[in-house]
Design a binder for this molecule. Structure first.
Ligand SMILES: Nc1ncnc2c1ncn2[C@@H]1O[C@H](COP(=O)(O)OP(=O)(O)OP(=O)(O)O)[C@@H](O)[C@H]1O
Length: 241
């Protein structure tokens, strides 16, 4: 694989492409290179596991792919749009329309029911609430929480809260799903069912999914795996069982 950012061209048919991505954080007089010339493409309907030791750069890759931090060098291309070219307002719109983000902790609002957690984002974006409720109810069915739509977070298990989180990330019909340690707070059985669900929704909704995980046990459920070490990403290989 050619690793030079100068010779790699973005493939705009891929929902997510990172080209020659380098991210440096200031560190005293020097810098910490969290990402070092990372190249990655994820196709629609494909879920990639991203593994690596603590501090290797996994969260930095997700943050850059989510356009939450601007890279020092290299390109982030989301559904054909080069994020580097956009101002902050345009970036926020790109994230809203194309990117779903799932963090380790669901961060649900304590006073809202499951369905309201999904609808409120659409409401704040000025979208019609009625249509949002219909989509939210459908998505809660998809994630196996059809009968939990009116429950509040304290009435749901950790796994169910993570299911709400996944459904919420799908509300805006994203092209790219970025998932950070989705099973960190869950037991073995629930962890497996959450990874299986992420694989299912990746296919059903044709999103390009990157899942950071420390649970290498569940990697074979996904399509491909890439390893991060000191900011350098290996080329993805099939995650065969
Ligand atoms: N905001 C920041 N400012 C300075 N350095 C940072 C910042 N964020 C991350 N780093 C550094 O960048 C490197 C990569 O960190 P990153 O959090 O991306 O790794 P990680 O693989 O996600 O680690 P973990 O598995 O522990 O979450 C580390 O050396 C880290 O200390």
């Amino acid at each position: 694989m050619n690793n030079s950012a100068n010779t790699l061209m973005p493939d705009r048919t891929m929902p997510l492409q990172l080209v020659g991505l380098t991210l440096e954080y200031p560190d005293g007089d020097g810098v910490i290179r969290a990402l070092d010339n990372v190249n990655l493409g994820v196709e629609a309907g494909q879920i990639l596991s991203l593994i690596g030791t603590s501090g290797s750069g996994k969260s930095s890759l997700l943050a850059a792919a989510a356009t939450l931090v601007r890279p020092t060098r290299g390109l982030v291309v989301i559904d054909g749009t080069t994020a580097n070219d956009l101002n902050n307002k345009q970036l926020a719109a790109l994230r809203r329309e194309k990117v779903g983000i799932i963090f380790q902790q669901p961060n649900l609002l304590a006073s809202l029911t499951a369905i309201e957690q999904l609808v409120i984002g659409e409401h704040l974006r000025g979208k019609p609430v009625k249509a949002a409720r219909v989509r939210a109810a459908d998505l809660l069915e998809v994630v196996g929480l059809g009968d939990g739509a009116n429950k509040r977070p304290h009435q749901l298990s950790g796994g169910q809260r993570q299911r709400v989180n996944i459904a919420r990330a799908l509300m805006g019909s994203p092209k790219v799903l970025l998932v950070d340690e989705p099973t960190a707070a869950l037991d073995h059985e629930r962890s497996e069912s959450i990874v299986r669900l992420l694989c299912e929704v990746t296919r059903e909704f044709s999103v390009a999914t990157v899942m950071v995980t420390h649970d290498t046990e569940f990697v074979p459920l996904t399509d491909a795996v890439a390893v991060m070490r000191d900011g350098v990403l290996t080329a993805p290989v099939p995650a065969t069982a």
